[in-house]
Design a protein around this ligand. Structure first.
Ligand SMILES: [Zn+2]
Ligand SMILES: [Zn+2]
Length: 399
C-alpha cells in the first residue's frame, strides 16, 4: 500500500508538472531570477505562506505553528547559460536551460510546501523552505547564509535533493548516502614566478623563470604521489603554463594556473599549504620568487551520519525496498563535482539525497548539463513527498 504522503503528492501531480514546466520554460541564471522568484513567491503566498526574499532571488518561507526545532529543506532554482536542444513544447524561451534539473527541485519544494501546509497542525516544530539562486556558480547558498537563512529560527538540520538523469537507476529511486564527505571541494590557484630576464646567450646574467616554473610543476606532483594517502582522492590539475615570447630571450616572469579538487577540509587546507610551500621553496632554490594566489571555491558537502540513518528510515516509509539505494552498495561513494549546499553542511547536520529521474532504459539517455538532457516528471511527486515526509518525521523524532 502506498504511504499517504505519496498518495497526497500524487494527487498534486498536475500542479507539480505545471510548476516544473513554467520554470523550465522561463529558465534564468545566476542570481538574476526575476520570473522564477516572482512565480515561487506568488505560489507560496497562494498557499498561505509569508515568504521573504532575504537576498537577491533567495526566498525563505516557514511552515509550522508550534515552537520546537527547525528543519530546513533546500531547492536551487537557477539554470545554465546554454541553449536547449530539445523539442519539448515547454522548451526554454530564454536562451538558458535547466539542464541540471533545478526546475524539478523548485517544483518539488513547492509541492512539499503544499503538503506541509495541509499537515501544518501536525508539525512538531518548524520547516524552513530555502529556495536559492546561483548554485551553478557556487555562490547562492553562501549568499543566503550571509543573509541569515540559518537563523530566526535557528536551523537544526537540513536536507537537499538533487535529481539525476541518464543514470542506470529506475526513475523514482532514492539514494541516501552514508555519512562523511560526499562531494569535492574545488579551489583555484595561480602561481607567478618572478625571475630576471635577459639575453639567451648570457643565461648566467639572468634568473630563468621558465626553468623555475618547470621545477614547480614537477614539485607539485609530489603532493599527489608521496604526501596524500593513497585512498584520499585529490585531483590537482595544472591547466595553464605561460612565459616567454621568443626563442632567444629569457623572460622576466612565468605563470602557472590550476585547480585542486579535494574531499574534506583537512586535505583541502593541506594541499593549499603545500602548493604555497613548494612554489616559494622551489623558486627560492633557483634564486627566483613566487607569488601564489589561492582562491577558495566551494567546500565539500559533508553528510551527518545520524541524520543519514534517520532519513534512510523515513525514506523507507515512502519508497519500495528495491528503490531505496545506499550508493556505497553500488560502488558510488563520492562525487567529483561540487555542490554549494556544502556551505550549509558545514554549519548544521545535513544530508544530500539523490533522486533518479530517468534512466537510459527509460529513454533518458543524455547526462546532466547536456543540451538534450530531459528529466522524468514521474519523479516529481516522489521528491515532493520525500521533502515533506522527512521534515515532518524528523521533527517528530527529534523533539
Ligand atoms: Zn549543475
Ligand atoms: Zn545541480
Amino acid at each position: 500500500m502506498k504511504h499517504k504522503m505519496i498518495s497526497k503528492a500524487l494527487s498534486h501531480k498536475e500542479t507539480l508538472v505545471r510548476h516544473r514546466r513554467f520554470i523550465h520554460e522561463n529558465a534564468e541564471i545566476h542570481n538574476d531570477l526575476p520570473i522564477t522568484t516572482q512565480y515561487v513567491l506568488s505560489e507560496l503566498k497562494a498557499m498561505g505562506y509569508e515568504p521573504e526574499e532575504i537576498c537577491q532571488s533567495g526566498i525563505v518561507a516557514l511552515a509550522g505553528k508550534r515552537k520546537g526545532k527547525t528543519f530546513l529543506l533546500r531547492a536551487d532554482m537557477d539554470a545554465l547559460p546554454m541553449v536547449e536542444e530539445n523539442t519539448l513544447h515547454f522548451k526554454s524561451n530564454t536562451g538558458h536551460m535547466h539542464a541540471c534539473g533545478h526546475d524539478m527541485h523548485t517544483a518539488m519544494l513547492l509541492g512539499a510546501a503544499q503538503l506541509l501546509k495541509e499537515h501544518e497542525d501536525e508539525l512538531d516544530g518548524q520547516v524552513k523552505l530555502m529556495f536559492q539562486p546561483a548554485e551553478e556558480t557556487l555562490h547562492g547558498a553562501k549568499a543566503m547564509i550571509d543573509a541569515g537563512v540559518l537563523k530566526n529560527p535557528t536551523v537544526d538540520a537540513a536536507m537537499m535533493i538533487h535529481v539525476m538523469s541518464g543514470m542506470p537507476l529506475p526513475s523514482g529511486s532514492v539514494l541516501v548516502p552514508q555519512g562523511g564527505v560526499l562531494s569535492a571541494a574545488a579551489d583555484w590557484f595561480n602561481i607567478s614566478v618572478q625571475g630576471k630576464g635577459g639575453h639567451g646567450a648570457m643565461p648566467n646574467t639572468t634568473v630563468d623563470p621558465l626553468n623555475v616554473i618547470s621545477h614547480i610543476h614537477i614539485g607539485l606532483q609530489e603532493i599527489l604521489s608521496r604526501e596524500v594517502a593513497p585512498g584520499d582522492n585529490v585531483a590537482l590539475t595544472i591547466g595553464q603554463m605561460h612565459g616567454g615570447s621568443t626563442s632567444n630571450v629569457i623572460p622576466d616572469m612565468a605563470y602557472l594556473a590550476g585547480t585542486a579538487r579535494t574531499f574534506g577540509e583537512e586535505t583541502r587546507s593541506y594541499v593549499k599549504q603545500r602548493i604555497e610551500e613548494i612554489a616559494s621553496g622551489v623558486a627560492a632554490t633557483y634564486r627566483a620568487s613566487a607569488e601564489v594566489v589561492f582562491e577558495r571555491g566551494c567546500p565539500s558537502v559533508v553528510v551527518d551520519q545520524k541524520l543519514r540513518d534517520q532519513v534512510y528510515t523515513f525514506a523507507s516509509d515512502l519508497v519500495a525496498a528495491d528503490r531505496l539505494i545506499d550508493p556505497a552498495a553500488i560502488g558510488f561513494t563520492k562525487m567529483s563535482g561540487s555542490e554549494d549546499f556544502s556551505h550549509v553542511s558545514l554549519e548544521v547536520p545535513s544530508i544530500m539525497v539523490s533522486l533518479a529521474a530517468g534512466s537510459p532504459e527509460e529513454n533518458y539517455t543524455f547526462p546532466m548539463h547536456h543540451p538534450k538532457v530531459m528529466f522524468d516528471e514521474e519523479a516529481l511527486h516522489v521528491g515532493a513527498a520525500l521533502y515533506a515526509h522527512v521534515a515532518m518525521s524528523w521533527l517528530k523524532h527529534n523533539k
